[in-house]
Design a binder for this molecule. Structure first.
Ligand code: P5A
Length: 436
C-alpha cells in the first residue's frame, strides 16, 4: 500500500476519550474509528491485523480437526426460549422485532443455533464427534463498554462447538481445543495463560480462561511462572491421541493458575515463592465443557450403539478476535507506538522514502516495494523525515527500510528493527533477505 493514497488516518494528538494505551494507539495509528458507543469501524490497516489473527485461528483450528462454517448474526428468539436463555440473558442481549412482529435477536453467542442445526442433522452416535466453528460478529449490550475494542458491544469472536457421544470423548474435544488455543496464541506472539474459571451465563462444570498479562486487564490472576515458558509449538502432542491430550492437560494442570473467583490460597502457598506471579490480565479466550445442558433442554437425542438413544455432550470454545488486537498492543508497545509481533502486523515493513522526487530514492523504493507484493507500506508522502519516522514507529511495523540520497549513492539502505530499535546500514539485497 502507498501511504500517499491510503486511508490510514494517523493522529499526532492523543485522543482524550481513550484511557488505556491500546485504545489510544489504535486510534492514533488509524486502525479503527468509533461509530457509536462500543461499536467500531475497522479501517484498512486495522482490518489487516484482524484478518491476520483470524488466519492464524483458522490454521490452528483446521490442524485440530475443526470445520469452519458461518451462522447469521440475527436469529429467532424461539430457539432461545427453548433453552431458557431468552429471559436469563437479560439486557445484555439486543432484541429486535421485524415487520411481522416476530422477535429476533443479535446473537451474543450461538449454543442454541448450533444445537438446533445439529439436532436436525445428526441422527446417530456414528456421526459423532463433530467440531464446528465460525468467526463472526457478536453483540452484547455491555453496561460499560470501554477500552476501545477490548470491551466493545459489537465484537468479532471465534466461537466453536463440540458434540460428542460420551463424557470421555467430550473431554478429549475440550483438551484438543485447549491445545489448539495454546498454539494459536503462541503463534500470535502473545503469552496467554490458561486458568480455571467460572462458567457465567454459558454454564457447565469445567471452564478455562486464557489470560494475557497486562496492568490494565480487568481480571486479577494468580499463576506459576513456569506456565510462561512452556512451548506448545515444539511439543509433539497429537490431537488424535487421547493419551497425548491427557498428558498435555496434566502438564497444564500441574502448575497453579486461577482467576480471582477460583483462587485457592492453600494451593497458592504451595507454589515456590520465586515462581508466584499475580497481576491483572485480559481474557482473550474462554472454553467450556457443559455436558448435556443445551442438548437436554433442546431435546437433541441420537441413536446409541445399543438401540437406546443418547444425549450428545457439548462444549463451546471462544476467542476474542477483535479483543486480541487491543490485548496484543497492551502487551507490546512503547512510548513511540505499537510494536507488532510479525505474525499479526498489518505490514511486514515500511519503506521510508526520505526524498520523494529524487530519481534515485524513488527508483530504489519502487524496486523494494515491488518485491513485497503488497506486504509492505511505502511512505511516499512529501513530508519531512521526522514525521515519517514518528508515523512508522507509531504504526509499529516490525521493520523499517529507510531510503535516503546518501545511502542510494553508496548502494545501501538503513534497516531498523522496531522491537530492538537497532539500525544498520546494509545493501538492498541483504535488507530484503532479512525482512522478506
Ligand atoms: C464460547 C464460544 C462464549 O461466549 N460461547 C461461544 C462461549 N464465551 S465468552 O467467554 O463469553 O466469550 C468468548 C470471548 O469473547 C471475547 N469477548 C469480548 N470481546 C470484546 N468485547 C466484549 N464485550 C467481549 N465479550 C467477550 C472474550 O475474549 C471472551 O473470552
Amino acid at each position: 500500500m502507498r501511504l500517499s493514497r491510503s486511508f490510514i488516518p494517523t493522529l499526532k494528538e492523543t485522543p482524550a476519550e481513550a484511557q488505556i494505551a491500546s485504545h489510544r494507539l489504535m486510534l492514533r495509528a488509524g486502525l479503527v474509528r468509533q461509530v457509536a458507543s462500543g461499536i467500531y469501524a475497522w479501517l484498512p490497516a486495522g482490518l489487516r491485523v484482524l484478518d491476520n489473527i483470524a488466519t492464524l485461528v483458522r490454521e490452528e483450528q483446521a490442524a485440530a480437526g475443526a470445520q469452519e462454517m458461518l451462522m447469521p448474526t440475527l436469529q429467532s428468539a424461539d430457539l432461545w426460549r427453548e433453552s431458557g436463555r431468552y429471559d436469563a440473558y437479560g439486557p445484555e442481549m439486543l432484541r429486535i422485532r421485524d415487520r411481522h412482529e416476530r422477535d429476533l435477536l443479535y446473537a451474543p453467542t450461538n449454543e442454541e443455533l448450533i444445537t438446533d442445526l445439529a439436532r436436525q442433522t445428526i441422527k446417530s452416535y456414528r456421526e459423532l464427534p463433530q467440531m464446528l466453528y465460525q468467526i463472526q460478529w457478536k453483540f452484547r449490550d455491555e453496561v460499560r463498554p470501554r477500552f476501545g475494542v477490548m470491551r466493545g458491544r459489537e465484537f468479532f469472536m471465534k466461537d466453536g462447538y463440540s458434540f460428542d457421544r460420551d463424557y470421555e470423548s467430550a473431554v478429549a474435544s475440550y483438551r484438543r481445543m485447549m491445545l489448539s488455543y495454546m498454539r494459536t496464541f503462541q503463534r500470535m506472539g502473545v503469552r496467554a495463560i490458561p486458568m480455571l474459571a467460572d462458567t457465567g451465563p454459558i454454564g457447565g462444570e469445567l471452564s478455562h480462561e486464557f489470560i494475557v498479562l497486562a496492568p490494565t486487564g480487568e481480571s486479577q490472576v494468580f499463576y506459576d511462572s513456569t506456565l510462561e515458558e512452556l512451548d506448545y509449538l515444539k511439543s509433539d502432542f497429537s490431537y488424535e491421541n487421547h493419551e497425548d491430550l491427557a498428558a498435555f492437560h496434566g502438564l497444564i494442570n500441574s502448575y497453579y493458575a486461577a482467576t480471582e473467583e477460583k483462587h485457592d490460597e492453600a494451593r497458592w502457598e504451595a507454589v515456590p515463592a520465586a515462581n508466584r506471579r499475580s497481576g491483572r490480565g485480559i481474557e482473550v479466550g474462554q472454553i467450556f465443557y457443559f455436558g448435556t445442558k443445551y442438548s437436554d433442554k433442546m431435546n437433541f437425542r441420537v441413536a446409541g450403539h445399543d438401540g437406546k438413544t443418547i444425549t450428545p455432550e457439548m462444549g463451546s470454545y471462544g476467542i476474542g478476535v477483535s479483543r486480541l488486537v487491543g490485548a496484543i498492543i497492551e502487551a507490546s508497545h512503547d512510548e513511540a507506538g505499537i510494536i507488532w509481533p510479525a505474525a499479526v502486523a498489518p505490514f511486514r515493513a515500511a519503506i521510508l522514502n526520505l526524498r520523494v522526487g529524487d530519481a534515485g530514492c524513488d527508483r530504489v523504493c519502487e524496486d523494494i516495494y515491488a518485491k513485497f507484493g503488497g506486504a509492505a507500506l511505502l511512505d511516499d508522502r512529501d513530508e519531512r523525515a521526522g514525521g515519517k519516522f514518528a508515523d512508522a514507529d507509531l504504526m509499529g511495523h516490525p521493520w523499517q527500510i529507510i531510503v535516503g540520497p546518501r545511502g542510494v549513492a553508496a548502494g545501501t539502505v538503513e534497516l531498523k528493527n522496531r522491537a530492538t530499535g537497532t539500525r544498520e546500514e546494509v545493501s538492498v539485497e541483504s535488507a530484503l533477505s532479512r525482512v522478506l
